[in-house]
Design a protein around this ligand. Sequence first.
Ligand code: G6P
Length: 611
Amino acid sequence: MCGIVGAVAQRNVQGILLEGLKRLEYRGYDSAGMAVSGHDGQLARRRALGKVAALEEKLVAAPLSGHTGIAHTRWATHGRPSEENAHPHQSGERLALVHNGIIENHEALRAELEADGYVFTSETDTEVMAHLISRETGRQGDLLGGVQRVLARLDGAYALGVVHADEPGVVIGARQGSPLVVGVGIEEAFLASDPLALLQVTDRFIYLEEGDMVRLSSAGKVEIFDADGTPVTRQVQTFEYGDGAASKGGYRHFMLKEIHEQPAVIAAALEGRLGERSALVESFGPEAETLFGKVRQIHVVACGTSYHAGMVARYWLERYAGVPVQVEVASEYRYRRVVVPEGTLFVTLSQSGETADTLAALRFAKQLGYLGSLAICNVPGSSLVRESDLTLMTQAGPEIGVASTKAFTTQLTALMLLTLALGRVRGQDADEQAALVEALRGLPAQVGEVLALDPAVEALSAAFAEKHHALFLGRGAEFPVALEGALKLKEISYIHAEAYPAGELKHGPLALVDGEMPVIAVAPNDALLDKLKSNLQEVRARGGELFVFADEGVALEDGEGIRVLRLPRVSDALAPILYTVPLQLLSYHVAVLKGTDVDQPRNLAKSVTVE
Ligand code: G6P
């Protein structure tokens, strides 16, 4: 998704902006650009299609120099990926603008500007804003006021950064529906879509609120105005993660590093949140005890991998906390009439806390009479966290690889804590809870044991690299694990993969099974194992090639058409977390064999901040 960086510094900003763009690469993009207000009072711009490296080459050939600038990575929405459509967009030679989001009324505004003689050089909705602001600023000669008057005319979502050659040393930022933070430096000030982009220059951030505008100027001056234009003070927060989080730390890819971080981050997600025999309800905030006591049902809403975490949690919450649960993708939920029974808790799951559909679903839900909202999220200070009644941070640390790994397993860990907390408040079986707590304590080490199977998983990957399709099967809470396994394979290796509850095999997908269709089964030794085994027989009988992830107690052996990978025994409840790990590794190795861009797969974005 589009990324913004801006700076008003004591030094030349080109290096700061370029490093910021590199750090935003993980969000997914197709072109990049930069505009700097030069020492000569002129504005200069460089743009390139493709990777930030392509922009860097242009900057090496023709460097930019100045103390004020903005930069952008674009993920195409209006208009194909091209240099003309890349940001910054200019109006004439004096004003440049970068934007993340979508302006819904851009067509009417474009027609108005064309009638006024403006000539467009791109197909984007963004260029409309550049001309509008230029026109407004020209009328009254002040950039902040110009931006403010134009924002009042826009429908849609945006975060933006604007510079004007007539106001050197000033960057204007604004947010409405897309994330934007201010980085506070020493006599310098910065702007970015994500604090990660600025960790090389500061660890102090102001998270702008919806409707905020900011004016950064020389000597690090930061002035913030709320949606009514009233000057406001917003708290400066220190970023918790060290800068090391944004480097690969010796791994070939961020995704591999993040897979291997799972024992540590699962331990972090549990830290301070487990009592002797249950979870500490206060981990969810001081009001949690009272609120949880009133919960009669739960609606979980999320997107992508986070949605799969919600699907696993449904099995847990119903089984161990006795609460009815409904799980839905946010883009569907927000556009239908939802019936909310009394005592329903609204739960959102999100790695980024900025996913447009999930955020919109929360805002929609607030009008529907829910008991309250809980966000399980990985990014402190994100919009979802700020707008929810209760929050639980997943403590995964920054996740850079577009394909989510550690964010998913820490979400599951957090959701098991929620299951325990609700179970406790609702007076569910205390011994069962104590057993789950015991199992959770051993989980980081067990995930470590599974990671040690990496060479064996890698050995399986060759069987997939030449295939075009794959089928994943699971039953019970392992069905969403199969869905997540299929999603990982699709995302990074571009192999078409589907997942089914194993019992559905003979109702359709069995027709697809032949020697060209590898079938992956997630088969812990649980109550459904015998049923799953019969499903596997159905695959073998059709010549399908089986890859079974099973534990030590499962009586299945390697043989013709079947390969079995053994995992350590784990409690039934925690199997979804443990069995996710080999599927992550499998997708990773297949993608490496295929030579795809593992950390930044084509067409995908890490944080989808547009609808
Ligand atoms: C994008 C990412 C996925 C992620 C989904 C939801 O599609 O590529 O990895 O699962 O958004 O993101 P969230 O930040 O809300 O969990």
